[in-house]
Design a binder for this molecule. Structure first.
Ligand SMILES: Cc1cc2nc3c(=O)[nH]c(=O)nc-3n(C[C@H](O)[C@H](O)[C@H](O)COP(=O)(O)O)c2cc1C
Length: 177
């Protein structure tokens, strides 16, 4: 799939077919996440792959939507902030950026393979810690189901480029230098 087609065909899938995901596809999705860049190459993350079958009740404590437990897998990206790169000066920890890139790699790889995903940040943080038995160094940042979509894509509602992009005037930039 062309990259431009890939990014336009990804959408938040909120209905999944009750069919398995091939092991090879799961591995390819995880490999895409592994290859993601992270600040200073610290790789301060852990991906937790949760087979859904038999865990529906526990998973609903984390995010209480029916479609969250429809797919064969739920994946959680956890950050390890103590291992992440911190910028000198303002001490900004970049773990959220790292996790965003890792997860986007995972999600776009899934899209290429015909699999559906949905970023989920509005989960119950405490329930996630308890259900996944996370030790204190792990911070659960985002979840997604992983499975075959059961609903077609919806239209993308996005702000126009004129609103989202600002082009610095070349002349004034040059003058400012
Ligand atoms: C960081 C992040 C967190 C999100 N959290 C949720 C969530 O908790 N629940 C949900 O249904 N969708 C969630 N979404 C999905 C967004 O609502 C969705 O990406 C956006 O509306 C654009 O739609 P699209 O993904 O179909 O293009 C999240 C997306 C991002 C990027």
């Amino acid at each position: 799939m062309e990259f431009s087609q890939l990014i336009s065909s990804r959408y938040s899938v909120r209905a999944y077919k009750p069919v398995p995901v091939e092991e090879e596809k799961l591995q390819r999705v995880l490999e895409a996440a592994r290859l993601a860049p992270t600040a200073s190459n610290r790789q301060p993350f852990k991906l937790i792959v949760i087979p859904t079958a038999g865990r529906e009740e526990e998973l609903r404590k984390i995010y209480n939507k029916e479609w969250f437990v429809q797919a064969p897998y739920v994946i959680c990206a956890c950050a390890m902030p103590d291992e992440a790169w911190v910028r000198q000066g303002d001490q900004e920890n970049y773990f959220m950026v790292d996790i965003g890139i890792v997860f986007d790699h995972l999600i776009l790889a899934a899209t290429e393979l015909g699999l559906g995903t949905c970023w989920i940040a509005a989960f119950d943080h405490q329930a996630a810690r308890e259900v996944l038995e996370l030790s204190p160094e792990y911070v659960p940042v985002v979840f997604t189901p992983l499975g075959y979509p059961d609903k077609p894509p919806h239209d993308k509602r996005r702000k126009p480029l004129e609103v989202l992009v600002e082009h610095l005037d070349k002349q004034s930039t040059a003058q400012g230098e």
